[in-house]
Ligand binder design. Structure first.
Ligand SMILES: Nc1ncnc2c1ncn2[C@@H]1O[C@H](COP(=O)(O)OP(=O)(O)O)[C@@H](O)[C@H]1O
Ligand SMILES: CSC[C@H]1O[C@H](OP(=O)(O)O)[C@H](O)[C@@H]1O
Length: 389
């Protein structure tokens, strides 16, 4: 069967043919609110399923931005790979079709998308710890440190993901730093954006981070780990949507999650700042301690017992992560694919002030990331000066 984009009826027929539902009455709807794919929710009797299908172009832009359907296969493979090492945090996959670019998976509608939930004032007391553990496990177990260089390269070669890496290279590392067509700059922010475009040091550091992203194949990344890619409740956390997965630098997913914890404070900054900083603390402490414990127990790296090596690896991850977080803060503030955490602030003066804050924090993280070698440096990282200029 060749590829065609599904209607609701096609989605129902497909799950029926696959024997995933019986002949009972069905209700189904397309619920995709992301930038790229179709997502159908299907209920039949006591079966609740999600069918996600890739479109041959970026939905948010239209057919003028073609995208390979191969990304559905990358997403399916990454979900399976991550389930091997971090099963509590990964949705169950019931069926994966490479040819028709769709995946049938567990319906997680009993949970909420974290970005939306946080905006509604929901609490996720275990989120930071869960994502710390999820990332330590997915990054460590897919790296040379756990697999050794031969097995790692055999896996890595399945994850060339050129179209989606190209999106990231353009939208995160390039367009926001130039007057590009894809940017969406709110009126009133022009002077602030000019500062960015004229900051030679900042651009040089962004270029270095982009080079890291392109060349450093440490581990299998999720590749798009923002709070819209996480479902959670007070007890559970599930990470969806790894279609941007590829072998990249350890710090990238870590940095994206940190950036979106910062974003989550903006709707009510004075009240939420401390909570989100605490989340970042917990996240990093869990990530670093889990990664270190896995290293001590399971690393196959010949130099694994070299004094201070794992601490150095973690320092590098932290510094890179802060740089990537800075790029993500800037791109979600002035580039394509903005975040509701900022856009839903109704008072235009407050919204502009928070956007300005995000841009300055982003620039400071990028330029001063190497000051943060340890958790204590992270806690003491102070951007008061940049914010007051
Ligand atoms: N397993 C799931 N269970 C319930 N809803 C889901 C599931 N996967 C996706 N969705 C819904 O579809 C939306 C878009 O899914 P996502 O995988 O992020 O698509 P895209 O790749 O287009 O961003 C999510 O925000 C969520 O509302
Ligand atoms: C042209 S894609 C823009 C943006 O959308 C992706 O997010 P999602 O799949 O979660 O909607 C990704 O963050 C891309 O950078």
């Amino acid at each position: 069967m060749g590829y065609q984009a599904f209607t609701v009826q096609d989605a129902i027929e497909r799950v029926r043919t696959l024997g995933l539902i019986g002949n009972e009455p069905v209700t189904a709807e397309e619920i995709g609110d992301g930038n790229l794919n179709l997502v159908f929710r299907i209920h039949a009797g006591d079966q609740h399923l999600i069918l996600k299908q890739a479109l041959p172009y970026a939905k948010v832009v239209g057919e003028s931005w073609p995208l390979s359907l191969e990304r559905a296969w990358i997403e399916q493979s990454a979900l399976k790979e991550f389930a091997k090492v971090a099963i509590p945090f990964v949705p169950r996959v019931y069926h994966a079709s490479k040819e028709e670019a769709f995946t049938v998976m567990e319906d997680l509608s009993h949970l909420t998308i974290v970005r939306a939930g946080l905006l509604e004032g929901e609490k996720y007391p275990l989120l930071a710890e869960h994502i710390g553990s999820y990332l330590a496990r997915t990054l460590f177990y897919t790296s040379d440190f756990a697999l050794g260089p031969v097995a790692k390269k055999q896996i890595a070669r399945q994850y060339y993901n050129p179209d989606l890496c190209d999106i990231t290279e353009k939208l995160i590392f390039t367009d926001p730093f130039y007057d590009a067509e894809t940017n969406a700059i709110e009126a009133g922010l022009e002077a602030e954006v000019d500062r960015i475009w004229n900051d030679a040091e900042l651009k040089r550091e962004v270029a270095k981070l982009e080079a890291l992203f392109i060349t450093k194949g440490d581990a299998l990344l999720h590749g798009d780990l923002h709070t819209g890619s996480i479902f959670a409740s007070a007890e559970e956390t599930k990470v969806i949507d790894p279609e941007f997965a590829f072998y990249g630098p350890f710090g990238f997913d870590v940095g994206q999650f940190i950036a979106h914890l910062f974003f989550a404070a903006y709707p009510d900054y004075d009240r939420l700042r401390e909570e989100r900083i605490k989340d970042i603390d917990t996240f990093w402490l869990t990530f670093a301690s889990t990664f270190k414990a896995l290293w001590e127990r399971e690393a196959v790296e010949p130099f694994r017992s070299a004094d201070g090596l794992v601490e150095d690896v973690l320092s590098t991850i932290l510094q890179d992560a802060l740089g990537f977080a800075g790029c993500e803060l800037i791109r979600r503030t002035i580039g394509l694919a903005p975040v509701a955490d900022l856009e839903q602030i109704t008072d235009p003066t407050v919204r502009l002030e928070r956007k300005r804050h995000a841009l300055r924090l982003g620039a400071a993280l990028i330029k001063r990331r190497t000051e943060c070698k340890t958790f204590t440096d992270l806690r003491n990282f102070d951007v008061t000066e940049e914010l007051s200029r």
